[in-house]
Design a protein around this ligand. Structure first.
Ligand SMILES: [Zn+2]
Length: 204
């Protein structure tokens, strides 16, 4: 799913799933690759995920240049929260209860960011938005968190949270297929590899 306009594979069908999938070969000890190796990389991903506009991103990168250690802290927090979300949704995909400490970490973040929610009056309607706080460098995390909250409380939809069967891919996705038959993060990636392996085994 590489394209010129979006160099990132986004196959999760939900913002929170795509965020979790920003590590390639998640469950491999030697092939695992972190995408967010810098604050700028995270910002770039957020543009493609439509969490940030290009203009917002530009302003953030300037601010991050002035406050490199804060930007580093914000990135570290985001990655920690991503790993918490990964463990929670992986448990859900296996139909087991998430670990309580992970739920507690997630809840701490939720209550922290939800304090900044406010109703905004826009022309003819009202929307619920996160207020920008003094720490703007982390404004991308609340909408991602909200995507995870929305999915978690959608109960019936949780059966559609799955983990790619490609080993050691580890990616998670929200299965939107009508008969809930999706097995791979991407047919052209893990799907094809699995097919090739079956073929090879038959040949042997
Ligand atoms: Zn996969």
């Amino acid at each position: 799913m590489m394209s010129e306009t979006n160099p990132y594979m986004m196959v999760g069908e939900r913002l929170c799933m795509d965020f979790i999938n920003t590590v390639s070969w998640r469950e491999s000890a030697d092939k695992r690759r972190e995408w967010f190796t810098s604050y700028a990389k995270w910002v770039d991903w957020c543009i493609h995920a439509e969490v940030l506009t290009g203009q917002q991103a530009k302003a953030l990168l300037l601010e991050a240049e002035e406050k490199p250690s804060e930007a580093g802290d914000v990135l570290k927090q985001a990655i920690e929260m991503r790993e918490v979300m990964y463990r929670i949704f992986k448990s859900i995909s296996k139909d087991i209860s998430p670990h309580q400490p992970d739920l507690e970490l997630f809840n701490a973040s939720v209550s922290h960011f939800y304090q900044t929610l406010q109703i905004i009056h826009e022309k003819d309607h009202y929307t619920l938005k996160f207020k920008q706080t003094e720490n703007n460098l982390g404004i991308m995390l609340p909408p991602i968190l909200q995507s995870a909250v929305d999915l978690l409380i959608s109960n019936n939809d949780l059966e559609r949270v799955k983990q790619c069967e490609g080993d050691p891919c580890g990616w998670l996705f929200f299965d939107t297929s009508r008969n809930r038959s999706r097995r791979w993060c991407s047919m052209s990636d893990c799907g094809n590899r699995a097919k090739a392996r079956r073929f090879y085994q038959k040949e042997k």
